[in-house]
Every structure is written in C-alpha cells, then in structure tokens.
Design a protein around this ligand. Structure first.
Ligand code: IPE
Ligand code: IPE
Ligand code: MG
Length: 246
C-alpha cells in the first residue's frame, strides 16, 4: 500500500550540518546553529499546515557534551533563548511542546524553562513538537529498563508480563507514536544514537542538504518520497496489495 494520501503522523529529524554550513561561509560554527533554529521554526509550520501531528527534532545528543566547551555553552544558551522566545509563538499556534531527554544537566534555569513550556502548552492539539536534548537512544532504553526493574522489585509486575508494550510505555516518547518518517540532513547516513527503539519501522530519508538550508521545498521532497514507500511491517507486497484492493 502506498502512503500517498496519508501524511506521516510523526516525523523525526536529525538536524545535522550546521557547523559545516557555517564553516563554508567562514563563519563560526555557532552561526550555523543560530540559523538552524529559524529553519526548525519553518519546518514545524510546514508540518502543521500539512497535517502532521507529531514532529520530533534532535537538538543535542548525550554525546554532544564532548564538543568544545564554548560550543556546548552556546548551544545550551541558544536552547534557553529559544525556550523564552519561541514558546509563546508555539502556544499561539496551538502547538504542544515536550522535551525528550534528561533536563538536569542543562542546569536549573533551563530545566525550569522546559517545565514551564511543557505546562503552558500541555493542552494544545494542532501538533506536538518534541525536542530531543541531552537525549540518547541507549539512555532511553536503559532508563526504561530501570523503570521496569523498579516495578518488578515492588511486586507490581511479573517478569513474564514484560512485553514490547511495557517497554514502549516506559520510553521517554511513551506519548508519541513511532516515527513514520525519519529525516537526517547533512549527508551522514547514520542514526547517531537517536530513537533506537522507536525507529524500528520508520522510513529513513537521508539528504545532503545541510540543516540551515533545509527549506520548505526540501521538506516537501522528503514527504513526497515517503508517500511513495510501501510499508510492509513484515508482510509481503502481495498481501498488502490484496488488502488495498478489497
Ligand atoms: C547539528 O549540526 C547540530 C548539533 C549537533 C547540535 P552539527 O553541529 O553537527 O554540524 P556539522 O555536522 O558539524 O556540520
Ligand atoms: C547528531 O548529530 C545529533 C544532533 C543533530 C543533535 P552529530 O553531528 O552529533 O552526529 P555525529 O557525531 O556526526 O554522528
Ligand atoms: Mg554533525
């Protein structure tokens, strides 16, 4: 079955290539991050207009702390500024904000801003924008294991009752459907510890376009590519064609 008429319900994006974009212009890497924020704003707008109810963007991985201190500090500051400046706009547009990841390491100011943003926008229904920050897929699965272990320890859960749904319910993304379309800009064809569990059946789209240049046309191109995929989830194409014909 082709997904031609159904937009993806959940688009998950690795926004990569900011540094290279800036360096190619003799600008400091941070200039690319700054430009990238505006690109995300436009991408979310396009998704809302296209009827995509969930958008998740990887903003800072648990491994990005390994970058030079100056860049890390700028990224944390940019995150804080964005939380202050963008949240009202999100709220006005009926967009719910969520964070995926451990906020604590960003400090109490940013943690507070995240909580405020989540609370303010909690009842919004046009789209859910999740920002993955200090997020790693391995961290996510590990913390889910810890939650499950505690349930077993307390006697609330028997090991035999641990199934995929239980794991899914303990992931940071438990309120989100699995991504239908994964997009990575910047030319690299890897997952870089993004949503390892959740991407099991996502359609993976890689583009050489650097994130600061990922415009509406580029997003539409990714969605058109998605529309042409046949998602089989283990079945055969013939089975799906037969179901579609009935
Ligand atoms: C992605 O762009 C943004 C973050 C990881 C924060 P990069 O900063 O990784 O840009 P490149 O890959 O070096 O060009
Ligand atoms: C992945 O990009 C993380 C984000 C976009 C936030 P990276 O640039 O950190 O990934 P690697 O290091 O090239 O795999
Ligand atoms: Mg990169």
């Amino acid at each position: 079955m082709s997904s031609e008429h159904t937009p993806p319900q959940h688009i998950a994006i690795i926004m990569d290539g900011n540094g290279r974009w800036a360096r190619a212009r003799n600008l400091p890497r941070i200039a690319g991050h700054k430009k990238g924020l505006g690109v995300l704003r436009e991408v979310v707008k396009t998704c809302v207009n296209a009827g995509v109810p969930y958008v998740t963007a990887f903003a800072f991985s648990s491994e990005n702390w390994r970058r030079p201190g100056k860049e890390v500090r700028f990224l944390v500051e940019l995150f804080a500024t964005a939380l202050v400046r963008e949240v009202n706009r999100l709220h006005k547009n009926n967009i719910r904000f969520r964070m995926l990841g451990e906020p604590d390491r960003f400090g109490s100011k940013v943690t507070r801003l995240i909580q405020d943003a989540e609370q303010l926008t909690a009842a919004n229904t046009a789209c859910t924008l999740s920002i993955a920050a200090n997020y790693g897929g391995r961290w996510d699965i590990t913390q889910a294991c810890r939650r499950i272990a505690r349930q077993v320890e307390s006697g609330a859960l028997a090991p035999a009752d641990i199934d995929q749904h239980r794991v899914q319910d303990c992931l940071a993304s438990r309120e989100l459907p699995d991504p239908d379309l994964f997009i990575r800009t910047g030319g690299e064809q890897r997952i870089s510890n993004f949503m390892l569990w959740q991407l099991a059946y996502s359609e993976l789209y890689f583009t050489d376009v650097l994130w600061p240049e990922f415009d509406q046309a580029a997003l539409k191109q990714a969605m058109a590519w998605y529309a042409g995929r046949q998602r089989r989830f283990g079945q055969t194409g013939e089975q799906l064609n037969a179901t579609e014909a009935t």
